[in-house]
Design a protein around this ligand. Structure first.
Ligand code: ZN
Length: 564
């Protein structure tokens, strides 16, 4: 066979129909693949269906291209995992569905994990070539035409935000094309689709909520104050009881008919307040079943293009304590949930906690998902599940792919234990989310930041059994943290902002969140010039922009009626 024939050998495919809906594809005259429909679509389910094969082909292409990129750069890695899932524009009943002709692939989500001992440059090599990988639809528009003197031509920009004051003090124009920043600097006066004059007011990245119990929002009236009192007490037994008994009572009544409107309400608040990324924990256990998960996944679809939601399949009542929760979490992970959750500290013993962590990290490794856990959430300095998580991440090749939330016990550790944990967390690339407004104890946030760890702030709760307030307003969360953490100076205020924007994105593994050319243009134009005023007022931003499109606007007006 000639070289040209080799290159084209697999480009001719002949498909022969078999029994029922099954068929046989002969690829390049030498390989064969059987295709079938699943039993629920009247097929025999003896082989992958067409969608599965489309994803397989795409994933195989990505895996092969990655290997090629590595070899071109003279290195190799142990293995890569490509995880793909597909969304369609309408429900389908398979080949017998009369609406099947209108069926379209709306979205393919691809997650690639590369395992191996790689240098920083080697890790960047596939990223640099990412725009060349199949399936990438929006290459970053770097390298746009420039005019002499650093002033760019602005033709073809969809949005321009003039007089934008960045946190570093620069006042610039932000030009957006195809959803990404094409310009951060000085601009001329040419046409743009939409133009906003920020008038020298502060412009920041959009906000990232690192931790949120999205299925439970607005359920406090159902749970009652007893749960709240127990959870916020110093008594570990009471905290556990509040989770296992009081808060779980709500789940016996889980029904998407009331969960869906609650989740919508919380996400509307998020968009209004410029929160465009959320890591949402959703209870998946033998009490809740998949009811809350399915409600949240349905609403996530509604809010696509507004809020990105990383859904965590969260076994709130434990895995060893709640036999059956693990299977449900695995079930949730396939079609919808993105992240393996966990709550190891709630198990009856350290041995069980370790088994819990091992289960989650092994599942994350197997599926290419990230892992996020609620760790050490009581005032007990002997709790050590954060370290267990970091060690398991290293054992399972999950470096930089895990998040530890709450971790209240760490605030009670003696200093040598904190130092050991910091070193371990740094090695594992473990990120943290703290929500110091929801309880009397919290992570040693200042220490962790000083040591360079990725720490985010999270809203955590909105009117549920653990916290009665919350508006999905991360500026409000930062404002409250300023007081509980003692972060009051200018430098500390900048850190607070970082923990709800850039550093929070780092914690969740969101790349390119900074206001910089080539990155997705997710931003907030605030009402004030100074950060201290923005934090003090914690008002919803004047404008919220998502991928170059204004998605929310807010005005705050008050009037004093003076006596005459
Ligand atoms: Zn929480």
């Amino acid at each position: 066979m000639t070289e040209q024939n080799l290159a084209s050998a697999n480009r001719d495919v002949v498909v022969h129909s078999l029994q029922n809906f099954a068929s046989l594809a002969v690829v390049g005259g030498e390989h064969s693949v059987v295709i079938d429909e699943p039993r629920e679509f009247e097929g025999d389910g003896v082989a992958p269906n067409p969608f599965g094969l489309v994803l397989s082909a795409l994933g195989g292409c990505i895996a092969g291209t990655l290997r090629g990129v590595a070899r071109q750069h003279d290195f190799d890695y142990d293995r890569a995992t490509v995880r793909l899932s597909l969304r369609v524009n309408r429900p389908t009943g398979g080949p017998l569905d009369p609406g099947e002709r209108a069926l379209r692939i709306a979205r393919i989500i691809v997650r690639v994990t590369v395992h191996g001992a790689l240098s920083a440059d080697q890790q960047q090599a596939p990223r640099a070539r990412r725009r060349d990988l199949p399936g990438r639809q929006h290459p970053a528009p770097r390298g746009q035409p420039r005019r002499v003197g650093g002033v760019r031509g602005m033709s073809g920009l969809d949005l321009v935000v003039d007089n934008a004051r960045l946190v570093d003090g620069r006042v610039v124009s932000l030009g957006v094309r195809e959803g990404r920043y094409a310009l951060v600097g000085e601009a001329d006066a040419a046409e743009a689709g939409t133009r906003i004059d920020a008038g020298g007011r502060l412009v920041t990245e959009s906000f990232v909520n690192g931790h949120m119990h999205l299925d439970k929002v607005y359920t406090l009236p159902m749970a009652g104050d007893g749960a709240l009192t127990a959870y916020t007490s110093d008594d570990m037994g009471a905290a556990m009881r509040s989770i296992v008994e009081d808060a779980s009572a709500v789940k016996r009544h889980y029904d998407r008919s009331w969960i869906v409107p609650n989740v919508r309400r919380a996400l509307d608040r998020a968009v209004t307040h410029g929160v465009l990324h959320v890591q949402a924990f959703v209870d998946v256990d033998t009490t809740a079943g998949l009811e809350g998960m399915e409600a949240v996944l349905a609403v996530r679809e509604e809010y696509r293009g507004l809020v990105d939601i990383q859904v965590v399949a969260f076994p709130q009542d434990g895995l060893l304590r709640d036999e059956g929760a693990a299977r449900l979490c695995e079930e949730a992970l396939g079609p919808g949930a993105d992240v393996v959750g966990g709550i190891p500290w709630i198990e009856a013993s350290d041995r069980d906690a370790l088994r819990h962590v091992e289960w989650a990290c092994a599942l994350a490794e197997r599926t290419g998902a990230r892992v996020a856990m609620l760790v050490d959430d009581a005032g007990d300095p002997s709790l050590r599940t954060t370290a267990m998580l970091a060690e398991a991440m290293l054992d399972h090749g999950l470096r930089g792919r895990g998040v530890a939330c709450h971790g209240r016990a760490i605030g009670t550790y003696p200093l040598p234990s904190v130092i050991r944990l910091v070193d371990l967390a740094r090695t594992a690339g473990l990120g943290f989310v703290s929500d110091p407004h929801t309880g009397p104890l919290h992570l040693p946030v200042r220490r962790f930041l000083d040591d360079g760890l990725a720490v985010a702030l999270g809203q955590d709760d909105i009117e549920d059994a653990y916290y009665p307030f919350g508006r999905h307003n991360l500026l409000e969360v930062a404002f409250l943290a300023a007081h509980t953490l003692g972060f009051l100076t200018d430098a500390d205020q900048a850190r607070l902002l970082d923990m709800i924007t850039r550093r929070a994105a780092r914690v969740l593994g969101i790349e390119g969140h900074e206001i910089a050319e080539g990155n997705v243009a997710n931003l907030c134009v605030h009402h004030d010039e100074r950060l201290v005023d923005v934090l003090r007022e914690h008002a919803p931003p004047r404008w919220v922009v998502r991928a170059g499109r204004v998605v929310a606007e807010s005005e705050v007006t008050s009037r004093i009626l003076r006596p005459h």
